[in-house]
Every structure is written in structure tokens, then in C-alpha cells.
Design a protein around this ligand. Structure first.
Ligand SMILES: Cc1ncc(COP(=O)(O)O)c(C=O)c1O
Length: 440
């Protein structure tokens, strides 16, 4: 049964948007051609388009909406703050409180500074690493995304298939026109889970590297997990060559465990970037890490900050999210629901005889279909899967009121508002959608 039968008003709103904004969206990732959605409201685990079609939401604004849309705990904290204003050109108590909570929750964080987006947080982390080491080059993983700035927008999961060069010596591929060629000289590309390649780069160039920036779970490459010992291997190499290890926890932070990937995998970095789940959808981000490095952000040493950094609405939202993690144990709930969903998807794909591989953790996971390699280990293995079939399945799900990204590289996100009933209903619709796509 098709649930989202009418989309006329949504399509009209998108046409109107196209006249005012390129492609009618504020981020190219939100554009899906004629099927681009315009969403007028969200509540709990659901969003509604302009035609009042309801969708069970597994995109959750690309991850931030940890507690569910319009969560009353977050709304109450923000509303109380709004009475008192938002920005003061001075520190206010919520900033202190939230920084203390992050330090309490996260095993690798001794100091915190705020930003407004994941992009800003990774950009500041890289500058800090350069200032601390006196070196300029950085290394990143092929297929990883660290935000929009020119330093790291290389060899992301959006690069054209087979454009990354030899598997032994990948080349940096820019994701955008307009990026200065000079930035290319500052970057080295590694492949995820390739122990030997990391060893080789560090042996040859280790003393030129300021930082190695890593998404501990490959959030835009189907949530591939690090192989046992891989993160520890990177940690050891960074220690040996004096390189700052940065965990980009923009997707994993405050989602996969209270102490993020550092807690989950038992490996600490030197610096961390946080955003997304920290604010449940409100723009707040943070940079954190070891005091020895963070404390060089001192007057006239390393510039970090910005007009809106630490704004009271963002930190009020963060304060409510961190309380929900600490007091209401929401991450346990999310994990249980995610386990149920992952297992259900795995069972349905197996029953229908579709070759697949599920990766990630219950709070954020992905899967590829008809992949060439049994177990994908790195971005290129994900790229070698059936994107068309996945996209068809995603659109068939959307037509049945389940919103997922039509691209296997982007994950399913779970929120604390997704009930067991929502998950079971999703699985019913998943079964129907898959059968429809397979022509059964
Ligand atoms: C791992 C990671 N780092 C950084 C970013 C950039 O964050 P923002 O979009 O808030 O700038 C993202 C966004 O998706 C991300 O997933």
C-alpha cells in the first residue's frame, strides 16, 4: 500500500524554493531532483511533508536529532533560556556547565571550546594540531568527511568512482570546484583499515605530519567499523612520530556511547570534534581534548572562537541532551531499538536472497547491497556495491512513509523517540518495499 500518495504541495514548495535558492535547498545533500522533500514539521520519530504525509525519520537531520524532534526536555531548557537572551560577549553559566559535563562523560576530554558546526570544530582542531606540532601536513582517510572547509574536503565518499588513484598510493581528489590547488599539498590520503599503508606513510612522512584526522566509524561510507587493533595502531603511530590524533566524533559523539568512540573502542585521541547529537538539532559544536594541547589556545597563540560560539540556546540544548544521556540512559534505549532494526533488515534481506553487508552500530548503521567483496573494509569496497538497487529500495521506502537516504554510504540514524512499534512498522514496510523493488 502506498502511503504517501499525494505530493503536489511538496513539489510546488520545492519549485518555489528553486527560484530563491540554488537547487531549492540549503545543502546539496538535501537535493534529490523532483523528489526533493520540503518538510513542514517534525515530532518525535516522525516528520511531515507539505502534503501532510508522515514519514518515520531515519535521517534525523543527518544525525543530530538524538532524542527525537521537538523533544520537550530540550524545548523546555531552551524556552527558559530565551527569556534571558542568547548572546552576551561574555561567558555564561550554561557554557561552563556543558563543558564540565562533556569532560565528565568523555574519557579523552580535559578542556572544551565551542563552535557552531562540525566543520568549524574540525577546522579548529586542525589549526590547533598545526600550532602544537609546528608542522603543516595532515593525513585523512579516503571516504571520510570532516566538513566543508578546504583543508579536509578531499577524497570524501562523494568522489567519482575509481577516481582515487592506485589502491597503494591514493591521490587526493577535491570534492568541490573552488578549492585552492595549494591545499592539495597539505594532505595525504590513507585507506581505512589498511594497517600497512598507515605504517608506510608514517615511516616516510611521519615527521611532516601535524595531524591524522579519523572518523572512528566511517559515517559517510556505510558506517564501516575499524578492524580490531586498527585505531590502536593509528594511536601508536601518532605517538611514535609526534602526530596529533584527531577523532572526528561529529557523528559518533554522544550517540554510540556517552564517551563516544573513545569509550566504545577503548582508544583515546588527542583532540576531538563534536557536533550533531550534542544539540539535538540546535547549532552547537565543540572541540575538546588533552589540556596540554587545548591550553595553547591562549591569547595571541592560536585563534579559536566566533561570535556565536557557546550561544546560550545551543548550550541549553546541549545541557538537556547530556542530562538525558546521563540520567535517562537514552543511549541504551536507542541501542535496543537499533539492534531490533538491524536484525530485522538483515533477516529480510537474507530471506529475499539479496546479498548484503550491514555495518556500524545500532545507533547509526548502514548496509550495502550486492557488494563485490564479502566484507567491505574500506570506502572502495562500499563503492563497489549496487547503488541503483539501494536507491530504488530507499525511494520505495519513502513512498511507504519511511525516510532514509537514497544512498548506501549514508547511514540510518536512530533516536530515543523511535518506539518498538515504529521499528516493527518500518520492518513491515521494508519487506513490502524490497519485494516491490525485486518485482516479487
Ligand atoms: C564526521 C563528520 N564530520 C564533520 C561534519 C561536518 O559537520 P557540519 O555539517 O555540522 O559542518 C559532518 C557532517 O555530516 C560529519 O559527518
Amino acid at each position: 500500500m502506498l502511503l504517501t500518495t499525494t505530493t503536489t504541495q511538496t513539489a510546488a514548495a520545492h519549485q518555489r524554493a528553486r527560484k530563491a535558492m540554488p537547487l531549492g535547498v540549503t545543502s546539496n545533500f538535501r537535493y534529490t531532483g523532483d523528489t526533493t522533500l520540503v518538510i513542514k514539521r517534525g515530532q518525535g520519530a516522525y516528520v511531515w511533508d507539505m502534503d501532510d504525509n508522515q514519514y518515520i525519520d531515519y535521517r534525523l537531520a543527518y544525525g543530530p536529532v538524538l532524542l527525537g524532534h521537538a523533544d520537550p526536555r530540550v524545548n523546555a531548557r531552551i524556552t527558559a533560556q530565551l527569556e534571558r537572551g542568547n548572546l552576551y560577549a561574555h561567558t555564561h553559566p550554561l557554557e561552563i556547565e556543558v563543558a564540565e559535563k562533556i569532560i565528565q562523560l568523555h574519557p579523552g576530554v580535559e578542556r572544551v571550546r565551542y563552535a557552531n558546526s562540525g566543520t568549524e570544530a574540525t577546522m579548529h582542531a586542525l589549526r590547533l594540531a598545526r600550532a602544537y606540532t609546528g608542522r603543516e601536513k595532515i593525513a585523512k582517510l579516503e571516504g571520510a568527511y570532516h566538513g566543508n572547509h578546504d583543508y579536509a574536503l578531499w577524497s570524501t565518499a562523494n568522489m567519482a568512482h575509481n577516481s582515487g588513484g592506485s589502491p597503494r598510493s591514493p591521490i587526493p581528489v577535491p570534492q568541490s570546484s573552488g578549492m585552492p590547488a595549494a591545499a592539495r599539498d597539505l594532505i595525504h590520503i590513507l585507506r581505512f583499515n589498511d594497517f600497512e599503508m598507515a605504517e608506510r606513510l608514517f615511516r616516510d612522512r611521519g615527521y611532516d605530519l601535524a595531524a591524522l584526522i579519523v572518523e572512528p566509524i566511517m559515517g559517510t561510507a556505510t558506517c564501516l567499523l575499524p578492524e580490531p587493533g586498527y585505531l590502536a595502531h593509528l594511536r601508536q603511530l601518532c605517538d611514535r612520530y609526534g602526530v596529533v590524533l584527531i577523532f572526528d566524533e561529529v557523528k559518533t559523539g554522544f550517540r554510540i556511547a556517552p564517551g563516544g568512540a573513545a569509550e566504545y573502542f577503548g582508544v583515546t585521541a588527542d583532540l576531538y570534534a563534536f557536533a550533531k547529537a550534542l544539540g539535538n538539532g540546535f547549532p552547537v559544536a565543540a572541540l575538546g581534548g588533552r589540556a596540554e594541547i587545548m591550553d595553547i589556545i591562549a591569547m595571541a597563540q592560536v585563534v579559536q572562537g566566533g561570535t556565536y560560539c557557546g550561544n546560550a540556546v545551543g548550550t541549553a540544548a546541549a545541557s538537556a541532551v547530556l542530562d538525558a544521556i546521563m540520567q535517562d540512559k537514552v543511549l541504551d534505549l536507542i541501542r535496543q531499538r537499533g539492534e531490533r532494526l538491524m536484525k530485522g533488515i538483515d533477516d529480510i534481506l537474507t530471506e529475499q536472497g539479496v546479498r548484503h553487508y550491514l555495518s556500524g552500530v545500532p545507533a547509526v548503521f548502514g548496509f550495502v547491497l550486492e557488494q563485490k567483496k564479502d566484507k567491505p573494509l574500506e570506502y572502495r569496497d562500499v563503492a563497489n556495491s549496487n547503488f541503483q538497487l539501494y536507491g530504488d529500495l530507499a525511494y520505495a521506502l519513502r513512498a511507504r512513509g519511511v525516510d532514509v537516504e537514497p544512498d548506501p554510504r549514508e547511514p540510518f540514524f536512530l533516536s530515543a523517540a523511535h518506539s518498538e512499534v515504529d521499528v516493527d512498522e518500518t520492518l513491515n514496510r521494508f519487506n513490502d518495499a524490497l519485494k516491490a523493488v525485486l518485482g516479487k
